[in-house]
Design a protein around this ligand. Sequence first.
Ligand SMILES: CC(C)=CCC/C(C)=C/CC/C(C)=C/CC/C(C)=C/COC[C@H](O)COP(=O)(O)O
Ligand code: GRG
Ligand code: MG
Length: 276
Amino acid sequence: MELKAFVEITRPHNCVLAGVVGVLGSIVAVGHFPDLATAVLVFLVVTLGCAGGNTINDYFDYEIDKINRPERPLPRGAMGRKTALYYSLLLLAVGLALAYFINIQAFILAIIAYAAMILYAWKLKPLPFIGNLVVAGLTGATPLYGALAVEHIGLAGYLALCAFLVNVAREVIKDIEDVEGDVAKGARTLPIIWGEKKAAYIGALFAVLTVMASFLPVRAGVGLGYYAMVPVDLIILYAAYIILKNQDRESAHRAQKLLKVSIFLAVMAFIIAAIV
Ligand SMILES: CC(C)=CCC/C(C)=C/CC/C(C)=C/CC/C(C)=C/COC[C@H](O)COP(=O)(O)O
Ligand SMILES: CC(C)=CCC/C(C)=C/CC/C(C)=C/CC/C(C)=C/COP(=O)(O)OP(=O)(O)O
Ligand SMILES: [Mg+2]
């Protein structure tokens, strides 16, 4: 057993980014930084939820990951599967306990989101496109979580829409990348039942929809910070071009990684826009 596996299996880069997006949701909802206690609780509930969701995802994906992601902690033997299961449930239990101290709507949304992550990992992932929508929906719920914590939605709705759309695009393109392992396990993902070309069209469509939605906050008159969104949109459109041009594993990997970079840069742009 490797102790670092307890951090690695949570995919800390995703969890910290998600936690920042949760607090960003609070900020853009009310136009200023929330009180420190609320910000810390929102960050922890989202981060622990994402950590528990990633961990239980790897528990259920053990067979697929042995083919697609053999370097991950479970397939490489760095952690036992049962340990991963109990560890994920502990992370989620602590997150729920903290959500109770925010407010009732934030506590209820945490219960729904955590249950959806477990259900996704356990049963929904093999469902064509439904699995993608669940993951993207959870990712879109992240800024809304911060907005619920401050009991106001405001611009967090635009942030949630962009998060949802870009993650639908990324999840579909990740499925194109993972076709080999998914076929071996009998998963019925979009590229497997519709073909990789049609799945690429769906992924590219949601990428274009993300670019269109990214200007909504500008229409709402939000400041100069939103021009930082232009390079983000160019990266998203380039990712769409790559996956439309070629649907092999390498192209899908490059496209989905570019979308991940666009997510990180977009979050920085939203933070600049919220501060400027
Ligand atoms: C215009 C534009 C792109 C706006 C961005 C909107 C926004 C705030 C996005 C943030 C979404 C978010 C909460 C991201 C958290 C981290 C993340 C990517 C979660 C989704 O993870 C599922 C994925 O399948 C994990 O795979 P991998 O990243 O390869 O480990
Ligand atoms: C709203 C609240 C309280 C929490 C949300 C927490 C977040 C940000 C969830 C969104 C991200 C998410 C759903 C993470 C867990 C599940 C996950 C890793 C899905 C993707 O897994 P796979 O489809 O198996 O793809 P890979 O394992 O190959 O990445
Ligand atoms: Mg997985």
